[in-house]
Design a protein around this ligand. Structure first.
Ligand code: NDP
Length: 452
């Protein structure tokens, strides 16, 4: 049977765009891609990229205070959110244009439309249009999840926060994960009075406990009003803001409330149920190691599969899919040992096992240094950096590395190469230090602080 396309990709985010480009440009496939919103997906339009630019914007008050300590006659004025936002919008439009033109250069046909599956080889594009494809790739990403009880309250999520007309004077952020903690720091830095509610005992569940504590302490010292073990029990609009009653009995009004209580796979309304494809309980599309679903012609990559929900992982999955299906070189993505960064202030860079996870598996040595780095010490700030290695007692291999401090994301990228190659503590020790840097602590920690 002749198909209109070799591949039809639904979703123009990181995973879908990479798959489409590799299939078309590297493997000569005839490819189409549908995107209902803006090209670039969550990462470019309402995630990593605008978030990181907001992190940069929020760091200037600290940088100017440091500049004074370093002898500059520097003063910070007011933050002009509309000016920043329009520069941000322009940058995102530029990036969106690049994504679009890269697809066009690769020969991919773009449909600016919502696409749904009509059968295992047919995609419906609305207005009675449909096209056929030998393979269909679902790369529709995820969306913010708001607890059902509060869905109708019109609170902010990470989707809306980049598009605010003006910054609120005060905000309540609900959640303790990446997004909640990053935005608590960003908005605090931009001068918003930030309160954060997290229902558990400590933010950033799943990360190394010592790193979590270190970050939470610093966030509180910097002015984030963090309430642990706290949930919302009641909420209502009052005087142009939102009144909130907490499970601890505390109540207050905020100009805005933002939910960062997780994300859900974007699999609704794609027609998957009618095709007999069973989804996971949270809506994720089950796939095998090669991103193939139970329907042989239908594949899925990225957050919609809820494997490891990070941009570089979606890109790798999209690339591996294209090589597997169109390049005759089957490639499965290795989801172990993925380094990541949380752009809180201070920043976290992490790879491998936390101390707690490692201890549950085997006897370990823990090497950890917490110190005041040169740059901020000189400026009179009380900030502390944390460098930690979790090492197997039996093999001497470094099982985990956790860094809290400026540029931790940059540092962990390089540590990830060594740890991915199976570096031992002896390999770290053999490496000459780069001086004076913060990262030199990673190769100069001589004695374990704990062994268990
Ligand atoms: P996370 O899953 O990281 O965090 C969700 C948070 O919301 C948790 O603290 C969770 O609590 C809490 N929560 C969940 N449900 C409720 C509820 N009903 N009431 C109160 N609190 C609730 O999700 P995020 O939205 O922060 O991020 C989504 C994903 O996006 C991340 O997993 C990550 O993969 C990716 N991301 C990565 C970034 C990076 O690499 N820097 C940045 C931003 C996002 P509990 O811990 O108790 O479950």
């Amino acid at each position: 049977m002749a198909f209109d396309y070799d591949l039809f990709v639904i979703g123009g985010g990181s995973g879908g765009v990479r798959a489409a480009r590799i299939a078309a440009a590297d493997h000569g496939a005839k490819v189409a891609l549908a995107e209902e919103y803006r090209m670039g997906g969550t990462c470019v339009i309402r995630g990593c990229v605008p978030k990181k630019l907001m992190v940069f914007a929020s760091e200037f008050p600290g940088a100017v205070a440091d500049a004074q300590a370093y002898g500059w006659d520097a003063q910070i004025g007011a933050f002009d959110w509309p000016r920043f936002r329009s520069a941000l919008d322009a940058e995102l439009a530029r990036l969106e244009g690049i994504y679009r033109s890269n697809l066009e250069k690769a020969g991919v046909t773009i449909f600016n439309a919502r696409a749904t599956l009509a059968d295992p080889h047919t995609v419906a594009l609305g207005e009675g249009r449909s096209v056929t494809a030998k393979h269909i790739l679902i790369a529709t990403g995820g969306r913010p999840f708001v607890p059902a009880k509060w869905e109708e309250m019109g609170c902010l999520t990470s989707n809306e926060v980049f598009q605010l007309e003006q910054l609120p004077e005060s905000i309540l952020i609900v959640g303790g994960g990446y997004i909640a903690s990053e935005f608590a720091c960003i908005l605090n830095g931009l001068g918003v009075k930030v309160t954060q509610f997290y229902r558990g005992a400590q933010i950033l569940r799943g990360f190394d406990d010592e790193a979590r504590g270190h970050i939470a302490d610093q966030m509180q010292a910097d002015g984030v009003d963090l309430h642990l073990g706290t949930d919302i029990v009641d909420m209502e609009p009052r005087d142009g803001g939102t009144w909130v009653k907490a499970s601890t009995g505390h109540d207050a009004s905020y100009d805005a409330v933002m939910f960062a209580t997780g994300r859900a796979p974007n699999s609704d309304g794609l027609g998957l149920g009618d095709l007999g494809l069973e989804l996971k309980r949270n809506g994720a599309i089950p796939v095998d190691d090669y991103s193939q679903t139970a329907i042989p012609s239908v594949f899925a990559v990225g957050d919609v599969t809820d494997r490891v929900n990070l941009t570089p992982v979606a890109i790798r999955e999209g690339h591996a899919f294209a090589d597997t299906v169109f390049g005759a070189t089957p490639r499965a993505v290795d989801h172990s040992l993925i380094a990541s960064a949380v752009f809180t202030q201070p920043e976290l860079g992490t790879i491998g096992l936390s101390e707690e996870e490692a201890r549950d598996r085997e006897p370990i040595h823990v090497f950890c240094a917490a110190f005041r780095p040169m740059h901020s010490l000189f400026a009179g700030r009380n900030e502390r950096v944390m460098m930690k290695l979790v090492v197997s007692q039996k093999t001497d291999r470094v099982l985990g590395c956790h860094i809290v401090g400026d540029h931790a994301g940059e540092m962990i990228q390089l540590a990830a190469v060594a740890i991915g190659m199976g570096a031992t503590k002896a390999d770290f020790d053999r490496t000459m230090a780069v001086h004076p840097t913060m990262a030199e602590e990673l190769v100069t920690m001589r004695n374990p602080v704990r062994s268990s």
